[in-house]
Structure formats: structure tokens, C-alpha cells
Ligand binder design. Structure first.
Ligand code: ADP
Length: 181
């Protein structure tokens, strides 16, 4: 299964991505996690990406697309993947389509996790990651509205919307149901 997860910061994509990856036995590919690992390890990519994560801005497409393209070459991706946090713009979605096409692959599903905006801010403030300060959260929400939300149209027709308000298990059950339709 090759699945893309969409949703605003705080929608719980990361948590659901881990659960979906376990139950479908495919790797979770989180661009946010990959960037944070590179930052912690002090790699060149990490140094280049850090200012964007700190500000809540998108890391430039040149860095992000290459990161995903490389990851798709790893052996564990042969059975599929859960993409969490990529694509995040129409430009990235087009790049992903090209990466898949080159490999003769297609997506099986695109899931959107939907949560009302006021609940999102509360969830993020309770989380305490370095980029979870009020100003940066606000900017990440704006970036989601401006850059990422257009993907809901881009994937129209293959998009499954999941109500992401509820317990982790409730949301997970809804996400699984989305594949059965
Ligand atoms: P969240 O969705 O909760 O904001 P992520 O871990 O998915 O958290 O992303 C954190 C940050 O990593 C983003 O604000 C951005 O700076 C960077 N990032 C993650 N994925 C991408 C991407 N696909 N393109 C550009 N930047 C990204």
C-alpha cells in the first residue's frame, strides 16, 4: 500500500502514520522526522533545513524533494509506504507524481485528517516541540492554508476525509475504514 496523509499541524498525522505503518507493515516516511534527525545529527542537510523548521516555513523544494526521492530508493519501501508530511504543496505533489511514475508506481490512497482549527492550536501548545511556540504555530497554520490545502483539490477524486476528532483508536478505525470504500 502506498498512502499519503494530509492534514494541518496537530491533526495527529504522525501518530496515525505510525499505527498505519505497523498494521500495514510498510515504513512510515515523515519528512519532518527526517529533517529533525538531520538537524540533531548536524548534517549539511540539517544545517540547511534548520532555519525553516524554526520559523515554521516549508523547507525549499530542492532539498525536500531530493530527500524523499532518495528515501524511495531504500529496499524497505518496495512493499509500500505511509508518507506523512509530504507532499505539502502542489509543486511537491507534482514532484511526487514524477518520482512514482519513474518507478512505475501509483498511490493507493490519500487520506485527509480533518480537525477544527481552534482545537489544533490547543493540541500543539500542549505538545512542546521546539517549533510549537505560538508564533511559529500560527505560521505553520498559515503555510498549511496557503500551500498545503490546495492539495485537497489536487487529489480530488482519490481523497478520503477522516474526522480526526476523537480518541487515537477511534481515528485509527476511521482511517482504516477509508481504504475499504
Ligand atoms: P507538523 O505537521 O506538526 O507541522 P512536521 O514534523 O510534519 O510537523 O513538520 C515540521 C516542519 O518540517 C515543517 O514546519 C517544515 O518546516 C518542515 N517540513 C516537513 N515536511 C516538509 C515538506 N514536505 N516540505 C517542506 N518542509 C517540510
Amino acid at each position: 500500500m502506498r498512502i499519503v496523509l494530509l492534514g494541518p499541524p496537530g491533526a495527529g498525522k504522525g501518530t496515525q502514520a505510525v499505527k498505519l505503518a505497523e498494521s500495514l507493515d510498510v515504513p512510515q516516511i515523515s519528512t519532518g522526522d527526517l529533517f529533525r534527525h538531520n538537524i540533531d545529527a548536524g548534517t549539511t542537510l540539517g544545517l540547511q533545513a534548520k532555519q525553516y523548521l524554526d520559523a515554521g516555513d516549508l523547507v525549499p523544494a530542492s532539498l525536500t524533494n531530493a530527500l524523499v526521492d532518495d528515501r524511495l530508493n531504500d529496499a524497505d519501501v518496495a512493499q509500500g509506504f505511509i508518507l506523512d508530511g509530504f507532499p505539502r504543496s502542489v509543486e511537491q505533489a507534482e514532484a511526487l507524481n514524477a518520482m512514482l511514475k519513474r518507478r512505475g508506481l501509483k498511490l493507493d490512497a490519500v487520506l485527509e485528517f480533518r480537525v477544527p482549527e481552534d482545537e489544533l492550536v490547543d493540541r500543539l501548545k500542549g505538545r512542546g516541540r521546539a517549533d510549537d511556540t505560538e508564533d511559529v504555530i500560527r505560521n505553520r497554520m498559515k503555510v498549511y492554508r496557503d500551500e498545503t490545502a490546495p492539495l485537497l483539490d489536487f487529489y480530488q477524486g482519490e481523497l478520503h476525509t477522516v474526522d480526526a476528532v476523537g480518541t487515537l483508536d477511534e481515528v485509527f478505525a476511521r482511517a482504516l475504514q477509508a481504504f475499504d470504500r
